[in-house]
Ligand binder design. Structure first.
Ligand SMILES: Cc1ncc(COP(=O)(O)O)c(C=O)c1O
Length: 392
């Protein structure tokens, strides 16, 4: 079975070394030494100010909205993970959807402007797949209209814009350190804010509102993360540069094998160096998308419709239009992508896709009747040529 994603794990012995320290200190959570070390190392690595690690990316979104004291309407993207919208609703605000640009799949700044009303307090935009939004246009808009900006940068660890971390943009950028993310702490997330007072407020809010002197300063929640999670992050950070390099190679391979077919891939803005967190493919129709998905499933290759459905279709938001997002969401598929994915796996995946799209399904190997084992261990003879083509 080839999964759509797999978490990267450090050598077990390396993690165990951190565990030994945790056992010695018996300090398991509550802003412990490993968590503080990870915050420091992330600040140095990413060259950002004002970091607060929290329990996950969703909590980070909710804290961001709360810390900025947002009310009323928040203009957001319909093409993102459900947590982007649900966090707005959870915080008692109304999500207003501005459609996306078909080229980048990110929120369209021109559409944002159309939806600004006296009730608008902020923009919450996602760097979809780790590919940055037009942050300059959004900053300009926000300044002109006195709006706050939050970036859902859950996918964007390692992405640079003009040579600097994309986390530097917005009043607050949040990220997710979930196990499926490029950099992870098993579960986890973080908020980045360059404003010191805002960073301190978030720090209090993630810890019940404790002000550090025994009292409370405002309402808070439990958004803390543990020493065990921090230890995983410290291990993973050491290998992140290598992982990023592999990812770029894998991405390029997919692209080279597929770019002559009738497919589209998200475009990036100038001066962007993005992390290639995902490999999304845009098909010309939903039918074709599902045909490829099912065709790959016959070979036990998993893909993911991500993001689907368009968030303006959620039953807990007011009915709103977002034609581009509604049109694109049903015909996008993310292909398997993770550190251990081999060139051979990629050749097989792209070979099968080519056969399906070139309408030569009869040349595909016969469908297997049982779902047991991996492709190479269940007797299926799929020969992948060096050019990625497939024969039985
Ligand atoms: C764009 C986006 N925002 C927010 C989240 C939520 O992050 P978490 O799973 O850490 O709560 C995710 C998770 O996949 C995501 O993809």
């Amino acid at each position: 079975m080839i999964l759509v994603t797999k978490p990267s794990l450090p050598p077990k012995e390396k993690y165990e070394q951190y565990l030994a320290g945790i056992w010695d200190r018996q300090y398991l959570t509550n802003n412990g030494p490993l968590l503080r070390l990870l915050e420091q190392r992330l600040q140095d690595y990413l060259q950002v100010d004002g970091i607060n690690i929290v329990s996950n990316g969703t909590t980070a979104l909710q804290l961001a909205i709360r810390a900025l004291d947002l009310k009323g309407e928040i203009i957001t993207t319909p093409f993102s993970f459900v947590a982007t919208t649900s966090s707005i609703v959870w915080q008692g605000c109304r999500p207003v959807f501005a459609d996306i640009k078909p080229e980048t799949l990110n929120i369209d700044p021109e559409k944002i402007e159309e939806f600004i009303t006296p009730h608008t307090t902020a923009i919450l935009a996602t760097h979809v797949y780790g590919n940055p939004c037009d942050v300059e246009a959004i900053a300009d808009l926000a300044n002109r209209h006195g709006l706050k900006v939050i970036y859902d940068a859950a996918h964007a660890f390692g992405t640079l814009f003009k040579g600097e971390s994309i986390y530097r943009w917005g009043d607050i950028s949040i990220t997710s350190f979930h196990a499926t993310k490029l950099f992870h702490t098993i579960e986890g997330g973080a908020l980045f804010a360059s404003d010191r007072e805002l960073t301190s407020r978030i720090q209090r809010m993630r810890n019940f509102g404790h002000n550090g002197t025994g009292g409370f300063d405002g309402v808070g929640i439990n958004g803390k993360n543990s020493e065990f999670h921090a230890a995983m992050g410290l291990c993973n950070l050491d290998s992140f540069d290598n992982l990023l390099e592999t990812r770029k190679r894998q991405h390029l391979f997919y692209y080279n094998q597929l770019n002559d077919l009738n497919l589209r891939f998200p475009e990036t803005l100038d001066e962007v160096d993005w992390n290639r967190a995902y490999f999304p493919v845009i098909f010309d129709s939903e039918n074709r998308c599902l045909q490829v998905k099912k065709g790959l499933e016959r070979f036990q290759i998993q893909t993911r419709r991500y993001f689907y459905p368009s968030l303006n279709r959620l039953d807990y938001v007011d009915r709103q239009k977002a034609e581009i997002s509604c049109n694109l969401a049903p015909r996008i598929l993310c292909l398997p992508l993770y550190d251990e994915l081999t060139l051979k796996d990629q050749m097989m995946i792209t070979g099968i896709i080519r056969k399906i799209l070139e309408k030569r399904p009869s040349q595909l190997p016969k469908q297997r009747s049982s779902a047991a084992g991996s492709i190479s261990s269940c007797g299926l003879r799929v020969h992948v040529q060096s050019n990625g083509s497939l024969t039985n």
